[in-house]
Write a protein that binds this ligand. Structure first.
Ligand SMILES: NC(=O)C1=CN([C@@H]2O[C@H](COP(=O)(O)OP(=O)(O)OC[C@H]3O[C@@H](n4cnc5c(N)ncnc54)[C@H](O)[C@@H]3O)[C@@H](O)[C@H]2O)C=CC1
Ligand SMILES: C[N+](C)(C)CC(=O)CC(=O)[O-]
Length: 491
């Protein structure tokens, strides 16, 4: 049996944790007295299955089970990680921790999703305070990598290291705070922005929609990729941060913000906010908004991955970590059997690859096959260093057949047969399958090129020898039925 995560409280956040653990191969056990918890978590899992697996370019491990339990004792039995996500009330959390102490295995980490309590407040009076850390995630937990890890002197160093390792293994970024503080780091920041926004609505300066537009059409886009300080460094021009502070530092003392003043949440203000929010977003259900949010997040995160930047760089590092378990290799010497087509991709279909017909769109087949070709190039030694040294392959011709549909989150495998590999020429035949079904084939002809002259020339002897070895090993395979076929050619 795989690793076990117990989820105590399966609402918005507990459901997100359940999805992140399960889709990363953990067995998940949920305890939540809400009779609707199973349905709600089922809906979160559905959204997560569409979006999380396709965030990266390598398939996640096989999904773990999610089971529901009537008692805390049953849910936490044998658990490696327990994540508490009950409502944000200290008395309730402390009661739950009392019960957890009686049943959670001593080796397990107990993480709290608390948005604002300090770990010392949760640890107070417990038999084993060292087991409890704050692991504060961000909604949607299954897509956003940040988790604030807050610990105290009571936490053993080994347990803190294990907590970091487990969270990293889930594709998250544990930001370990230097010391505990109310509301950690990110929520202090969100709270300041939220307070200011409430004032702007209360004073009739802007509506909820106008405030959201001010964020999403402007600084929100900047924050997603560079955060605050790096953004302001750039805003300081060539003189950087010092110039930025010299220019805008004095404004901090001007009445630009309301600072700690909080508007009274009167019935009138709450009605105004709720009515404006209905007018702004009421045409969509919460589940629809969640799906829109998820599709946008996947697009943003995948764009950042292409630049190997920010949260996208984290995703790439996660892909690298899980790649060996996925069965993919980087060099053909790692293959145990050269006589069969090589596994050149094993990945899930990203949400952003879908089109208006609800399935993977045609251009993405080429992207998937192109990535598979890159993998074959890497396997024969035409890797990043080789290319940086001035040689590579260019694709000269491609023929793709679309045979069956593929949906978001579905795992596709591509296996590649080398049809020809000699001198400057490389001809590949890719077969893409989803759950054993043949989904598409791609035939590609490539020429080896000198990147300085931009003219074709033979590869280095090492690369050519590797390619020839693979081509000879594949020569005994039957020719693919569609090899060399043009559009409209008889089946
Ligand atoms: N909603 C958000 O945006 C975020 C919330 N958090 C934190 O996560 C925690 C949970 O918040 P949400 O998921 O938003 O609340 P929620 O209200 O959606 O879910 C709480 C769940 O806990 C269950 N519950 C109540 N008493 C319980 C008990 N004794 N044992 C087990 N389950 C119990 C409820 O039935 C409910 O399903 C809070 O500490 C909150 O501060 C953290 C990050 C973001
Ligand atoms: C509003 N909130 C305090 C519950 C927010 C969080 O804790 C983090 C988030 O997801 O924004």
């Amino acid at each position: 049996m795989g690793k076990i995560a117990a989820i105590i409280g399966g609402g918005v956040i507990g459901g997100g944790w359940a999805a992140r653990f399960a889709l990363n191969g953990w067995q998940v056990r949920v305890f939540d007295p809400d009779p609707e918890a199973k349905r709600k978590i089922g809906e979160v899992m559905e959204n997560a299955r569409l979006s999380l697996p396709g965030l990266g370019n390598v398939a996640l491990p096989q999904e773990g089970s999610v089971t529901f339990h009537d008692t805390i004792a049953e849910a936490v039995a044998g658990a490696d990680w327990v994540q508490e996500s009950v409502p944000e009330r200290l008395d309730l959390k402390q009661k739950v921790y009392g019960e957890l102490m009686a049943h959670v295995p001593e080796g397990a980490v107990i993480g709290s999703s608390t948005s604002g309590y300090k770990p010392s407040e949760l640890q107070a009076g417990l038999a084993r305070p060292g087991q409890v850390v704050v692991a504060h995630p961000f909604n949607p937990v299954y897509l956003l990598p940040l988790v604030e890890l807050v610990t105290t002197e009571a936490n053993e160093a080994e347990r803190v290291d294990r907590a970091k390792e487990i969270l990293t293994g889930l594709g998250m970024y544990p930001l370990h705070l230097r010391r505990e503080i109310d509301a950690h780091v990110a929520d202090r920041f969100l709270e300041a922005v939220w307070r200011e926004a409430l004032w702007l609505v209360r004073d009739g300066i802007a509506t909820t929609e106008e405030i959201d537009n001010a964020i999403r059409y402007g600084f929100g886009l900047r924050w997603a990729q560079m955060g605050l300080f790096e953004t302001y460094r750039v805003a300081g021009g060539e003189a950087g941060m010092r110039h930025f502070i010299a220019q805008f530092g004095p404004c901090l003392k001007w009445p630009w913000t309301k600072l700690m003043d909080v508007p009274d949440l009167t019935d009138d203000l709450i009605d105004a906010i709720a009515d404006q929010s209905d007018a702004q977003s009421g045409a969509h259900s919460i589940r629809e908004l969640e799906r829109i949010r998820d599709a946008n997040l996947v697009g943003i995160l995948r764009a950042l991955s292409r630049e190997n930047w920010g949260a996208g760089a984290l995703q790439k590092a996660h892909d690298d970590r899980i790649e060996p378990a996925s069965g993919l290799v980087r060099h053909m010497d790692e293959l145990s059997d050269l006589s069969q087509p090589v596994l050149s991709a094993r990945r899930a279909v990203p949400l952003e690859w879908l089109d208006y017909n609800g399935h993977m769109t045609e251009s993405r087949y080429l992207e998937a096959f192109a990535d598979a070709t890159d993998r074959v190039m890497q396997m024969i030694g035409c890797d990043a260093d080789y290319i940086a040294a001035g040689q590579s392959y260019f694709t000269a011709e491609t023929h793709i057949r679309h045979i069956d549909e593929s949906k978001a989150g579905e795992v596709i495998d591509i296996r590649t047969q080398v049809i020809e590999g000699k001198g400057k020429k490389m001809r590949l035949f890719h077969e893409m399958r989803a759950g054993g079904r043949l989904v598409a084939t791609g035939e590609h002809f490539l020429l080896h090129v000198n990147l300085e002259t931009r003219r074709s020339e033979p590869p280095t002897p090492q690369v050519e020898a590797a390619l020839v070895k693979l081509a000879e090993a594949h020569a005994a395979l039957p020719a693919p039925e569609a090899l060399g076929r043009g559009i409209g050619a008889a089946r």
